[in-house]
Design a protein around this ligand. Structure first.
Ligand code: PMP
Length: 360
């Protein structure tokens, strides 16, 4: 297969091994004479896929099954914006607003109860990460978004918190080593670093759920429902979970998150250095280096017309998915785990070429 250089923000590039194994699983799963998409989610083969994916998530996070439950749910990360406050907001919630997705989470929490936005970068169009804020000690939890897919900012620290920490890691999960045990709940839509769209990963601390989880919730919106039934209360997204497991296996084969992080830092540095070294031809969208995302590298050119020309000409070199999000414009190169250095090098070479052709 002739693979293009895929810089799409999500759904996004996945490891070739995951795609090829899925192709086989769709034709004839484990030589059972049927496709994986024709099999009961309660068959022993599919339960084994879920068990393995579960174990792989915990292994990569260095967490114990005694302390944390792993769920694979439908509804996307957007459903988690509602489920988190429904399950845990009692007195007050704290949120950090660092972009479109964080803001959507805030909006849902406000519908449930008292929600205090303790820090925000909205005034400067979300181009930085707030570093100073005071957490309300009586709040039920603090929610933040570790990587802002649209604006290209990323937390390079975990907020010091004495209250439970909840994090939307949709666009940087498993991209770098962090201490996952600091969190009470982590969620991520799969369609960036861990699989295709259609499944959402939720990792939740058992003690928090059992001691503090709200009761009398609608069945499907209650985390306890899904924990009790191992993500099989209703028909789960079987094929996406299969692809997630193949992607997690690939991460382990690369040497785990530690090795992945080294590659991700190399890729991001290569791109940011090219932007910085362009004498202002390429303008970084995030001014402070420490706030820049390792996953979504955002930049501008002098005019929207020149940006459009950049995007269309890039396509001629098989460089795809570089258009910034429709709400901000500009250029965004999403360089998730499965994006190889080869693609970043092809982009950097094109940036050189484009600069020389259009310098004025
Ligand atoms: N959070 C973040 C950080 C995202 O990037 C996205 C989608 N790109 C979402 C949440 C929403 O995810 P979904 O479309 O799965 O609901």
């Amino acid at each position: 297969m002739n693979r293009i250089h895929n810089f799409s923000a999500g759904p996004a590039i996945l490891p070739l091994s995951a795609i090829q194994n899925t192709q086989k699983a769709i034709s004839n799963y484990n030589n059972l004479g049927m496709s994986i998409i024709e099999m009961s989610h309660r068959s022993k083969e599919i339960v084994a896929v879920f068990d393995e994916a579960n174990a792989n998530v915990l292994e990569l996070m260095n967490l114990s099954a005694d302390d944390y439950s792993v769920l694979f749910l439908g509804g996307g990360a957007s459903t988690q914006f509602a489920m988190v406050p429904l399950n845990f907001l009692k007195t007050k919630a704290n949120y950090i607003n660092t972009g479109t997705w964080a803001n959507k989470a805030v909006k849902e929490a406000k519908k449930v109860g008292n929600t205090n936005v303790i820090a925000s970068s909205e005034d400067s169009n979300f181009n930085f990460i707030p570093r100073e804020f005071t957490i309300d000690s009586d709040a039920d939890y603090l929610h933040y978004t570790s990587n802002n897919t649209i604006f290209g900012t990323e937390f390079d620290f975990i907020p010091e918190s004495n209250i439970p920490l909840v994090c939307d890691m949709s666009s940087d999960l498993f991209s770098r080593e962090i201490d996952f045990s600091k969190f009470d709940l982590i969620y991520a839509g799969a369609q960036k670093n861990i699989g295709p769209s259609g499944a959402t990963l939720v990792v939740i601390k058992k003690s928090w759920l059992n001691e503090k989880g709200n009761s009398n919730l609608m069945t499907m919106f209650d985390y306890k429902t899904h924990v009790k039934s191992d993500s099989m209360f209703n028909t789960p997204p079987v094929l996406p979970v299969y692809v997630i497991n193949e992607t997690l296996k690939w991460i382990k084969e690369q040497g785990g998150i530690k090795a992945i992080e080294i590659m991700n830092r190399d890729k991001a540095n290569h791109l940011y250095e090219k932007i910085e070294g362009s004498s202002g031809f390429y303008i970084p969208a995030v001014p402070k280096k420490e706030d820049r995302s390792l996953m979504n590298v955002t930049f501008n050119l002098k005019t929207p017309e020149l940006e459009q020309k950049f995007i269309s000409e890039a396509l001629k070199y098989d460089l795809s998915g570089l258009k910034g999000h429709r709400s901000v414009g500009g250029i965004r190169a999403s360089i998730y785990n499965a994006c190889p250095m080869l693609s970043v090098e092809a982009l950097v070479n094109f940036m050189d070429h484009f600069l020389h052709e259009n310098w004025s």
